[in-house]
Design a protein around this ligand. Structure first.
Ligand SMILES: Cc1cc2nc3c(=O)[nH]c(=O)nc-3n(C[C@H](O)[C@H](O)[C@H](O)COP(=O)(O)OP(=O)(O)OC[C@H]3O[C@@H](n4cnc5c(N)ncnc54)[C@H](O)[C@@H]3O)c2cc1C
Length: 424
């Protein structure tokens, strides 16, 4: 008589062998790897959070990352003076708090150190320099086939798993708008993802295109490095103080939303902003018709939390310009007919998701913006073991909520599939 534990192990081995054989029969890459747990694409905060929540439950996962490090957005594509825009308690990942010695708004170095400690604590070791170039659900075997291209060699590896977690972020690719005459401009043009500090622009006239949080902060940084920044404000924008009555504006909004409807909270925020910042329309910063929270929830457009740029606009150190009509050899012509020379142009024009470029799935993810079609809080789970984390425009707080739900759901699905946790 074979003991039950040995019989169970034999059954598991048979199931795995059949899966591996089926998988090998359809594998198109040079190397094919069967992953017993989920495949997570992206080693930013989202991918790390899901891997940690799974690890805590005893489930292994494989994290694939195109870059050579974790949190590549934060480590490689952000400017030196960056701090978290929101207070630290709203930016923690699940299961590990920020060190109490960190300030309310941690610096990017502190945030990266926290993420490194997080990866260390949960022993998350991503497969670096592996860009996922395609992922497809194979109906024949009921599994996801995730194909990567390694930076150093070609040929590729195919990972095969029951679950696929998309954690490639809302900021995977820089958005570079096509501006008429761009190729004629002889000065420097760079996206904010390449901007580090105003050092190299001292004494220069710089046009910053875009007035979101990054555009405002880069303009302020340029000012502080003795450059002359001009900021292009094409659309309406909500600028709010970062704090109100000693509380963070974000925290206050969250608290008020527990008791009051969103429109009433918006009115309170706008009144406080008017008292503290004055009429921003007089500085050519028109406010949208919808309030800041309603606009964020309907369109995902984040209000600017002012950390000093507005004072520089008031003093004239940062000058506001309308939309660009075209670029010329030495400068730009604006829609109001004015032309000015510039030494450099910085595009604070944002980022976009890259999901449609590699995921062969169109029902859950929109092809247009690469984000889940269903809004928060439903945009984390699709069919056939597909999940999305950090893609519903809710920042790091949304990341934590998604990660916990995903890990719980995978645990249920694993148990239902009668497969036991295994260590990697
Ligand atoms: C300047 C700036 C400041 C911000 N400040 C805040 C803040 O204060 N608070 C807040 O809540 N949010 C903030 N955000 C939003 C920010 O997006 C999130 O904080 C966080 O980085 C999201 O984590 P993520 O893991 O979802 O995405 P990311 O951090 O972008 O990580 C995604 C990872 O996926 C990898 N990847 C992408 N495509 C592939 C592929 N095909 N194959 C393999 N790997 C791939 C990328 O290399 C990257 O490492 C800020 C964003 C920016 C740009």
């Amino acid at each position: 008589m074979i003991p039950p534990s040995i019989s169970f192990t034999i059954i598991i081995l048979v199931i795995l062998t059949v899966k591996v054989m089926k998988t090998a029969a359809v594998c198109k890459a040079e190397r094919c790897i069967w992953v017993p747990g989920p495949v997570i694409v992206g080693a930013g905060p989202s991918g790390l959070a899901v891997a940690a929540c799974l690890k805590e439950k005893g489930f292994p996962s494989v994290v694939l990352e195109r870059s050579h490090c974790i949190a590549s957005l934060w480590q490689l594509k952000t400017y030196d003076r960056l701090r978290l825009h929101l207070p630290k308690q709203y930016c923690e990942l699940p299961l590990m708090a920020f060190p109490s010695c960190f300030p309310t708004y941690p610096t990017k170095e502190q945030f990266v150190a926290y993420l490194q400690a997080y990866a260390g604590r949960f022993d998350i070791r991503p497969v670096f320099n592996h860009t996922v170039v395609s992922a497809e659900y194979d109906e024949r075997i009921g599994l996801w086939r995730v194909r990567t291209m390694a930076a150093a060699q070609d040929g590729g590896v195919e990972y095969v798993s029951r679950w696929l977690v998309v954690a490639t972020g809302e900021n995977a690719e820089a958005v570079v708008p096509a501006i008429d005459g761009m190729e004629d401009f002889t000065g420097t043009i760079m996206h904010t993802s390449l901007y580090k500090s105003g050092d190299m622009f001292e004494g220069k006239k710089v046009l910053v295109v875009g007035c979101g949080n990054s555009g405002m902060e880069v303009s302020l940084d340029l000012c502080n490095h003795k450059a002359s920044p001009y900021i292009v404000v094409r659309d309406s924008v909500h600028v709010l103080p970062r704090g109100i009555l000693g509380l963070s504006t974000f925290g206050l909004s969250m608290w008020l939303l527990k008791w009051l409807p969103m429109r009433t909270v918006d009115r309170i925020l706008l009144l406080a902003s008017r008292i503290m910042l004055g009429d921003t329309a007089r500085l050519s910063l028109r406010r949208p018709l919808l309030g800041p929270l309603e606009l964020k929830s309907l369109s995902g457009k984040t209000p600017v939390l002012d950390i000093g740029a507005l004072a520089k606009i008031k003093s004239g150190d940062i000058k506001v310009r309308p939309a660009i009509r075209r670029l010329m050899v030495h400068g730009a012509e604006f829609v109001d007919g004015r032309s000015e020379d510039f030494d450099a142009i910085i595009l604070a024009t944002g980022y976009k998701s890259n999901v449609p470029s590699w995921l062969k799935e169109r029902e859950f993810f929109s092809e247009k913006d690469g984000l889940p079609r269903k809004p928060f809080p439903s945009g984390w789970k699709a069919e056939q073991g597909l999940y999305a984390v950090g893609l519903t425009r809710r920042g790091l707080m949304g990341v934590s909520m998604d990660a916990r739900r995903i890990a719980h759901d995978i645990e249920q699905s694993w148990k239902a599939g009668a497969t036991q946790p295994m260590t990697t």
